[in-house]
Design a protein around this ligand. Structure first.
Ligand SMILES: [Zn+2]
Length: 284
């Protein structure tokens, strides 16, 4: 069974604003059904959505069993207001508001909690992450509160310090994880955080023309090297493409992610990725 452990049903791989506007009023059932059928047709039977504030992923989760797809959703992702995540999720200012959002996600049938704790890779500038990350104490509180409600936690996180803080606080999966160092990788491996490196979001941009290859290529190589180091430490890697993100189409993104990770991990890649999917399915 193939999987995409990080995808966004609401997005289209082209332009996020238009894709969101299209389903802002209500989910486009025909579009969602066509995407689910395409996943199923490609043999992809497990999907973990990153969530959205308009209920599109949650709606897809209700239809997915008709297609033989096991579909996991956080309903909506949660971010600290003013930091990264406002375009797709729900925001809080205080931890009490965060706890209320966790309760709301639970009432809406969330399978897990998704938090945004850093910005994005800046594809124009190597080494730069957009937006400032949350402080380690706040990251730990977010994870503690969600765990206290019986949820596992998927964290959008880039940067070594942010990821180390999340891993030490017991985060269940780290998404993207750009610019990690030895300490961050070790913290993830030691604390059992699964890593979903979403390398398609970088690999599919190389040679595409929108961003400089002089930034993309070293970024890809660094991520590839870190995936190998993490795996050598005994860390669990999961295939998740971030399908719906720019240049990462639904279905094809999942297949691209498997191809990149197979090349990077080399011998034994298939079994390692299958173990990653099984662990994601078990926790989330
Ligand atoms: Zn994503």
């Amino acid at each position: 069974m193939l999987a995409d452990c990080h995808m966004h049903m609401i997005l289209d791989g082209v332009y996020y604003r238009a894709a969101i506007d299209h389903q802002r009023e209500e989910p486009d059932e025909a579009l969602i059904r066509s995407r689910l059928a395409a996943y199923r047709g490609a043999g992809i039977a497990f999907l973990r959505d990153g969530g959205d504030a308009w209920g599109v992923g949650a709606y897809a989760a209700k239809l997915a069993p008709e297609y033989g797809i096991d579909y996991r959703t956080p309903v909506f992702p949660i971010h600290h207001r003013g930091r990264y995540g406002g375009f797709i999720g729900r925001g809080y200012d205080t931890l009490a508001e965060y706890a209320a959002l966790v309760a709301e996600a639970k009432a809406a049938g969330a399978n897990f909690i998704k938090i945004m704790i850093s910005g994005l890779m800046d594809f124009d500038r190597f080494g730069v992450i957009t937006s400032s990350p949350l402080p380690p104490e706040e990251i730990a509180e977010l994870i503690r509160i969600a765990h206290g409600e019986g949820f596992h936690v998927m964290a959008h996180a880039n940067g070594a310090e942010t990821v180390r803080a999340a891993a030490e606080a017991g985060v269940d999966s780290v998404e993207h994880g750009a610019y990690l160092d030895e300490e961050a990788l070790a913290a993830m491996a030691e604390n059992g955080a699964i890593w979903t490196p979403t390398i398609s979001t970088v690999g599919n941009l190389i040679g595409e023309g929108r961003y400089p290859d002089a930034v993309l290529k070293p970024l890809f190589e660094l991520q590839a090297e870190n995936i190998r180091r993490f795996s050598a430490m005994g860390g669990t890697v999961a295939p998740g493409s971030d399908a719906g993100a720019y240049a990462v189409p639904h279905v094809q993104g999942a297949l691209d992610e498997y191809r990149y990770l197979a090349e990077i991990l080399g011998e034994g890649a298939e079994a390692k990725l299958a173990a990653g999917v099984a662990e994601i399915a078990r926790r989330f």
